[in-house]
Design a protein around this ligand. Structure first.
Ligand code: GLY
Length: 354
């Protein structure tokens, strides 16, 4: 088992290894990730994940002395809404969940974000553990304490920074993922290569979907850890992690979330890299390599949405500040910049990448 320590205001470990889910109760106790007087563990999950891992997780938590509460939501992005947030909070309150108890988020990004936000606001903040069950959640959303739900006006518009007490990343779980879900998470993995690690990028180009899971997952989490340690509250360097995401969120929203997050990020990285090359921010070869990487993983590079449609949605992006917006662009593989762009220039910039 590998341990990556995250040194945020309240530090915690990310555990990476095989077969960890079966031992989650023991690991939580060993790592002192629950209070000594915690009685209840409220497992929040989705129906698909619950079927696969619910019993293993609850058995392990019970063996570690926890009384189990269970809340299962329908699988999918549509679940990440305020109604479900409130229903989780009401459920916890009805079951006399106290400040010393523990929330366990068992699932992908949707469950992790929603359960994390519930943990941030329940009784003004309770402990929670992340057990990510998708590649995307392992390498990105479970680490760093961003929690949220979607609002009608856009994705992740209500949320809080609330760090987990422990992240348990079981690599075996990745074997049970449908190929589409695994591919989807690969977009975030490619992102880390472009952001910070040419060697990681080349490994991904070389191996495609057969990449070395322990090396890649660990390396991505280390890169994220380094960024989050420096900028926990997303006021500077952490915005680099949004590579591809500004356009992705717009495309996802335009598709009414039928377009998956990973595919949208793949399109976002490809389009903005092509635009960056047109504006001389990176060379053509860099933009081409990024498109090749996206294609190597069977992910899309292009979108049918027009620059105008994407622009209109981006105007409501969280990263907009008055008349400017910060976008992340590659300079070369392994190095990206945050560019503050006047809103008036954005539509032409998108068009240059389409
Ligand atoms: N997923 C981007 C971040 O955690 O900042």
């Amino acid at each position: 088992m590998k341990t990556i320590h995250v040194d945020t205001g309240r530090p915690y470990d990310v555990l990476i290894g095989n077969g960890l889910i079966e031992d989650c109760g023991k690991l939580i106790r060993e790592k002192n990730a629950a209070r000594k007087d915690a009685v209840k563990a409220a497992v929040i999950s989705d129906d698909k994940v619950w079927e696969l891992y619910g019993e293993k997780v609850t058995d392990s938590l019970r063996s570690a002395g926890f009384e189990i509460l269970k809340k299962v939501l329908p699988n999918g992005e549509e679940s990440k809404n305020t109604d479900n947030l409130i229903s989780v909070l009401e459920f916890l309150a009805e079951n006399e969940f106290t400040r010393s108890d523990l929330i366990v988020a068992l699932g992908g990004g949707v469950v992790g974000d929603l359960a994390g936000f519930a943990a941030a606001v329940m009784l003004r903040g309770v402990d929670f553990i992340q057990i990510p069950t998708t590649l995307l959640a392992c390498v990105d959303s479970s680490v760093g304490g961003k929690t949220a739900v979607d609002l009608r006006a856009g994705k992740n518009l209500a949320g809080a920074f609330h760090q987990p007490r422990l992240v348990i990343c079981d690599l075996d779980v990745l074997d049970s993922l449908p190929e589409e879900t695994f591919k989807d998470g690969s977009a975030e993995v490619i992102k880390y290569g472009i952001l910070a690690d040419p060697r990681l990028f080349e490994h991904l180009m070389d191996k495609g979907l057969e990449f070395d899971r322990e090396y890649v997952v660990s390396r991505c989490i280390e890169i994220k850890r380094d960024v989050v340690n420096e900028d926990e509250f997303d006021t500077g360097k952490r915005r680099l992690l949004n590579l591809g995401h500004t356009l992705a969120h717009a495309a996802e929203q335009l598709s009414s979330y039928k377009l998956s997050h990973g595919k949208a990020v793949a399109i976002g990285m490809s389009v903005f890299s092509a635009a960056a090359a047109s504006y001389g921010i990176c060379d053509r070869l860099t933009a081409e390599r990024i498109r090749e990487a996206v294609k190597r993983f069977g992910l899309p590079c292009d979108t049918d949405y027009s620059a105008e449609e994407l622009y209109e949605v981006m105007l409501r992006d969280k990263k907009r500040n008055g008349s400017s917006i910060s976008i992340v662009l590659p300079e070369k593989i392994g190095r990206c910049i945050i560019k503050k762009m006047d809103i008036a220039e954005l539509e032409d910039f998108i068009r240059a990448g389409l």
